[in-house]
Design a protein around this ligand. Structure first.
Ligand code: HEM
Length: 618
């Protein structure tokens, strides 16, 4: 029957389709030809496809290229345009919502520049509007009302699964197409977090396989990315026992204290008795890298005389290029595998380059260590992480392969340096922008520690305000704002809704920790808020979770907090600080999974007069 209709040319459909195909063909060919004429090194998808065509013309024909572009156009434009049209028409019909959205943008972004993609993370109400526009009407109370507020906090945060999930999703929505078909659950309320990491903790204890995982984890033996199972358990036990348990932390407390002495002494020498402009970003990164390398390999990466000087600065820049890189843990290729295939934005190339650099760095460290250990027979060296790992390798070579050893060292560098140094920089930036808090913190340190010794780990219990400043910094600027992605190993329910097996879970702690329903004056820096929160359950009732929750939570939380507290305490105890310019007080951020500051932080540092004697004796 259908064939007959086709044959008689039913309603001229075939003719129309042929016509449409011709027009599309002409349009796409035009685009390809234009790109052929323009600069060849541009990073657009068509340029990438054309360079593949040059290498393999028989595979990447013009027709194939047109097919790929076609998919992107049809999948990516219509759905987004329809959603935008709906959102605008809803806003026009609800001026009170429009006003509230504009107020949010004015307050959080300002009026001096247009909105950019990374800003979206900062605009919870705008996201609520998009969610409300896309939501499926069947599952909601007052389903026909336009109420973006229903997405602010609350368990509803997980009723809506925007990236195409099972039967509750809108499979053809703009977001689903933009992020591909991989199911993703984003939770953004304390109650949903509690449910994910108590009742469903084991189910969500896995990590997804991703492009970053494929390249940067020594074949998933780096346990930050390792699948939940035997290997992860062994690596976790080993790292915690050797490095992060309270016993091991006790043993390494003198290393941290000594690192803070070195850091403070270098800064004092650098100031040379006067006020000096200090690139705090570089100094703080030096402290973090030196501390971790001391724990891992028993020596510094930047020697004391080089800190803050040309050679030291260059060394830190090189290390940042290896370990603190701008490569997101999840990227578009994880959602649209086709992009990976065509080499989207050269991501895979960059990852392989970073992997090679890391591999070389870790190999050198191991080689140096082996040589020195043999030649010097250094006992101090044997008490380092590498020392322990190499002894384990001697007794169990089949388990402790070179890859496993390197992956453990890698995790400590990646997890231990960036997070702590980012938090320390934010804490200093916040204190510079809030001098009253800085004075209050200094008064606490002066009264509890005084000027006869440099603050050390045993002083930390006497400094509750210092602890509150760090909590408040981690609340406002969590270094890992979506945690690391979790991955469900079985079907489960969250908030009464079905979440299928193999769903990526992202926990939007940025939103939770700034949610006005959860925190009073959420965007204000008020360390005092923690005075009245004593005795609340874990993670302040799941409201403050910068280290995650459950079995995949950060095992380095105590070590990280101690290192930040010590360094911040010493900086405030011994030096006067002033901002080196308005731009240093800007509390902005970009949206990488690991938040970085846009610019480095500079401040004017002056040794406090009543500390000169102590500082000269360090
Ligand atoms: C301010 C400092 C730190 C912050 C804010 C932080 C935060 C985090 C977060 C959010 C996660 C992911 C949790 C999840 O997926 O649910 C994580 C995982 C991890 N962190 Fe930290 N971290 C810090 C310092 C450290 C330090 C100093 C170390 C070790 C020396 C460390 C080692 C790890 C490891 C090994 C994991 C992976 C755990 C797993 O997958 O099982 N972190 N961290």
């Amino acid at each position: 029957m259908v064939a007959v209709l086709k044959w008689v040319g039913f309603q001229g459909l075939e003719k129309n389709l042929v016509e449409l195909k011709k027009r599309r063909d002409k349009f796409l060919q035009g685009l390809i030809d234009e790109c052929r004429k323009s600069r060849a090194d541009k990073k657009t998808i068509i340029h990438t496809l054309l360079s593949l065509q040059r290498d393999q013309p028989e595979c990447y024909t013009d027709d194939i290229i047109k097919g790929v572009i076609m998919v992107m156009f049809t999948a990516g434009t219509h759905t987004s345009a329809v959603t935008m049209e709906w959102a605008m028409s809803l806003l026009l019909n609800h001026p009170e919502v429009m006003k509230k959205a504009r107020l949010e943008i004015d307050n959080l972004i300002g009026k001096t520049r247009p909105l950019e993609e990374p800003d979206i993370l900062k605009l919870p109400y705008l996201r609520c509007i998009i969610n409300e526009t896309l939501r499926d009407s069947k599952f909601w109370e007052e389903a026909n009302e336009f109420k973006p507020e229903r997405f602010v906090g609350g368990i509803e945060g997980c009723k809506f699964i925007p990236f195409g999930m099972g039967r509750r999703a809108c499979p053809g929505s703009g977001l689903a197409m933009r992020y591909g078909s991989m199911p993703v659950l984003i939770v953004s309320s304390p109650s949903a977090v509690e449910e994910c990491f108590t009742k469903n903790d084991i189910i969500f204890a896995n990590r997804p396989r991703t492009m970053a995982g494929d390249w940067l984890t020594f074949n998933y033996t780096a346990y930050i990315w390792a699948p939940y199972g035997q290997l992860w358990k062994i690596l976790r036990r080993l790292t915690v026992m050797e490095l992060l348990s309270s016993n091991s932390l006790q043993k390494t407390s003198n290393v941290r204290d000594q690192e803070v002495v070195n850091f403070t002494r270098s800064l004092f020498k650098f100031c040379n008795g006067r006020s000096r402009n200090v690139d705090l970003t570089n100094w703080i990164c030096t402290f973090s890298f030196n501390l971790m390398n001391k724990i891992v390999a028993g020596r510094h990466l930047v020697s004391e005389e080089d800190v803050g000087m040309g050679k030291g600065i260059a060394m830190i820049e090189r290390l940042k290029g290896i370990f603190i890189v701008d490569l997101p843990v999840l990227n578009m290729c994880d959602f649209l595998p086709l992009l990976r295939w065509i080499g989207y934005k050269g991501m895979e190339k960059k990852m392989s380059l970073v992997h090679n650099q890391r591999n070389e760095f870790l190999n050198n460290l191991l080689q140096e260590f082996r040589q020195e250990k043999v030649s010097v027979g250094n006992r101090e060296k044997q008490n380092t992480l590498i020392g322990t790992l190499l002894s384990l390798q001697e007794s169990e070579p089949e388990f402790y392969t070179e890859d496993v050893i390197k992956s453990i060292m890698l995790v400590i560098f990646i997890a231990g340096t960036d997070t702590s140094s980012t938090s320390l920089q934010w804490a200093m930036r916040l204190l510079l922008a809030h001098p009253e808090a800085l004075h209050k913190l200094r008064a606490e340190i002066d009264s509890q520690v005084g000027n006869e010794h440099l603050l050390n780990e045993s002083d930390l219990t006497k400094l509750p305000y210092l602890h509150s400043v760090i909590n408040e910094t981690l609340r406002l600027y969590p270094p890992v704002p979506l945690l690391l992605p979790h991955y469900s190993s079985e079907d489960c329910t969250v908030g009464g809704y079905n979440v299928p097996k193999h769903t990526i879970l992202l926990v939007n702690i940025w939103a939770i920790q700034r949610d006005p329903q959860v925190w009073k004056e959420p965007n204000e820096f008020k360390p005092e808020r923690f005075d009245s929160m004593e005795g609340e359950k874990e993670g302040f009732n799941y409201k403050l979770i910068p280290f995650g929750m459950g079995r995949r939570s950060c095992p380095g939380a105590t070590m990280g907090t101690r290192a930040i507290s010590l360094a911040l305490g010493a900086l405030i105890q011994c030096f006067d600080w002033q901002s080196a310019g308005e731009e240093n007080l800007e509390l902005s951020y970009n949206s990488r999974i690991n938040i970085q500051k846009i610019k480095s932080l500079e401040a004017i540092c002056t040794p406090r007069s009543n500390f000169v004697q102590l500082l000269s004796q360090l």
